[in-house]
Ligand binder design. Structure first.
Ligand SMILES: *Cc1c(COP(=O)(O)O)cnc(C)c1O
Length: 406
C-alpha cells in the first residue's frame, strides 16, 4: 500500500482507518484534499450496471490518474477526452482504454497525433470545416466513428453548454449526410448542460435527434447523450439517476435507428463529485464572513463564480451546540473576487482556528485548482468515511441530514 500511495502521489496515511476528524486533529496549516476511492468506484459500478448502454468518463471533470485507475478497475473502459494532453494522460495511465476525442473544435495536429500515435478512432464535430479537417488529418481514414454534435437546449441545467458548440437545426442535414459518407460508423451526440435537474432535458434533446435523423434520412450507428448527469448539492437535489436512465432508454428505443445501433453517455460530474472534499481552516471571522484557506483560485471556483453551494461541516469535537446560521466565505488570496457567497450553514460559534470540511468537490473543484498568490496545496489523503451527500447510497452519512436546503 505504501508504494501504491507514493506512486499515485498520495499521502501515506493508512486508508482504512483515517477519517475526516483525524485529519482535523492534526491541525494542518494548508488545505487538505480528501479522496474516497470507494465513492468513485460505487458511482462507476452504478453506471456500468444500470445505464442501458456504454458509459464513458468525461476526463475533464477530474483528470487525476488515481481516479482514472479506480474508474477503470470498476468497469469504465471508454474515456471522453478533449485535448491531446488528455489523450496522452489516459493513454499513459490506462494503456488498454478506448479514447474518444469529443471536442468539436480540434487542432489538426492533435487529430493526427490522436489517430496515428494513440489509436483514437472516434471524433466529434459540429461543422463541415471540422469534418474536412478530420478527414485530412487522418489521411482519409476509413475506420472512423464520427459523432455529429447537435446544439440542444440547456434550460434544465445549472451550467449552460448551449451557445458554444453544436450544429443548429438548419445545418445538420448536410453535415450528417457528409459525415455519413466519410465515416465507418456515424454517431449523433449532444450535451444538455451540466447538472441537468430533470430527465426531461434528455427527452427534449432526443426529440432534436429524431428530427435530425428523419430530416437527413441517414443510417445512424451511435446515439451519444453526452454528460450532464447531476450530483447532489444543497438546494440542488435531483431525482434518482434511474429515472434519467429510463427516460433515455425509452427515447432511444423509439428512435429511427437500426437494431445494432449503440447508446453511449459521457458522465463527468456524476462519476466523480463524491470522490473528494477538502478540509480548510478558518483564519479569521468577521461577523457572518469566514476567511478560509482555500477559495476561488483553489477548489472553490464554482462556489465563487457561479454561486454553487457545497455542503459544509464544522469539524469540532465535542460537537458545537450552537444553532446553525448562514455564512459566506473569503478565500486566502488578496483578491475581492475570491469570495464565495453561499450561504453556507454552520454553527453560530464557529471561530478562527476551527476546521471545516467542504464536500462534493471531486468534479471540477479539484480539477481547476491553481497556485495563484502562493496559496493551495497538493496534500491528498485517502479517507474511508462516506461523502457528505450521495446519489448512490440510500443511507447517507449523518451530516447529510444537517445540510440545509432552501
Ligand atoms: C464536460 C463534458 C462532459 C461532462 O459533463 P458533466 O456535466 O460533467 O457530466 C461530457 N461530454 C462533453 C463533450 C463535455 O464537454
Amino acid at each position: 500500500m505504501h508504494n501504491l500511495h507514493r506512486a499515485l502521489g498520495l499521502a501515506t496515511t493508512p486508508s482504512t482507518t483515517t477519517s475526516v476528524f483525524d485529519i482535523a486533529k492534526q491541525r494542518p496549516v494548508q488545505p487538505v484534499t480528501l479522496v474516497r476511492p470507494h465513492a468513485a468506484s460505487r458511482a462507476a459500478r452504478f453506471f456500468v450496471e444500470k445505464f442501458p448502454g456504454r458509459s464513458m468518463y468525461a476526463v475533464k471533470a477530474n483528470p487525476s490518474p488515481a481516479l482514472l485507475q479506480i474508474l477503470w478497475g470498476s468497469g469504465i473502459t471508454h474515456y471522453d477526452v478533449a485535448s491531446i494532453a488528455e489523450v496522452r494522460l489516459v493513454a499513459t495511465t490506462l494503456p488498454d482504454a478506448t479514447l474518444c476525442f469529443m471536442h468539436p473544435v480540434k487542432a489538426a495536429e492533435s487529430i493526427a497525433s490522436a489517430y496515428f500515435d494513440y489509436g483514437v478512432r472516434t471524433f466529434s464535430l459540429d461543422s463541415v470545416e471540422e469534418l474536412e479537417k478530420i478527414v485530412r488529418a487522418t489521411n482519409h481514414a476509413e475506420d472512423l466513428t464520427l459523432c455529429v454534435r447537435l446544439r440542444v437546449s440547456s434550460e434544465h441545467s445549472k451550467l449552460s453548454l448551449a451557445s458554444k458548440f453544436g450544429a443548429a437545426p438548419g445545418e445538420t442535414k448536410e453535415l450528417l449526410f457528409r459525415a455519413r459518407q466519410a465515416a465507418d460508423a456515424l454517431g449523433i451526440c449532444f450535451h444538455v448542460g451540466s447538472q441537468a435537474m430533470t430527465p426531461e432535458a434528455y427527452a427534449n434533446a432526443m426529440e432534436r435527434v429524431r428530427a435530425a435523423i428523419v430530416d437527413a434520412a441517414v443510417t445512424v450507428d451511435v446515439i451519444d447523450v453526452g454528460g450532464g448527469f447531476p450530483s447532489t448539492y444543497p438546494g440542488m437535489e435531483p431525482p434518482p439517476l434511474e429515472r434519467y436512465f429510463e427516460t433515455i432508454h425509452r427515447a432511444f428505443e423509439s428512435l429511427p435507428v437500426s437494431y445494432s445501433s449503440e447508446l453511449w453517455c459521457e458522465p463527468g460530474r456524476a462519476l466523480c463529485a463524491e470522490y473528494s472534499s477538502i478540509v480548510v481552516r478558518v483564519e479569521k471571522r468577521r461577523g457572518d464572513e469566514l476567511f478560509i484557506n482555500d477559495g476561488a483560485y483553489g477548489a472553490l471556483f464554482d462556489a465563487a463564480h457561479i454561486g454553487w453551494r457545497f455542503p459544509v461541516e464544522l469539524l469540532r469535537e465535542p460537537e458545537s451546540r450552537s444553532k446553525d446560521m448562514p455564512f459566506s466565505f473569503y478565500g486566502p488570496t488578496c483578491d475581492d473576487m475570491d469570495h464565495m457567497v453561499g450561504p453556507f450553514y454552520l454553527p453560530a460559534d464557529v471561530q478562527a482556528g476551527d476546521y471545516l470540511e467542504i464536500g462534493m468537490l471531486g468534479a471540477y473543484g479539484s480539477a481547476m485548482r491553481t497556485a495563484f498568490n502562493g496559496f493551495g496545496s497538493d496534500e491528498t489523503v485517502i479517507v474511508a468515511d462516506e461523502p457528505m451527500a450521495s446519489l448512490y447510497v440510500g443511507d447517507e452519512r449523518e451530516v447529510a441530514s444537517n445540510v440545509v436546503t432552501l
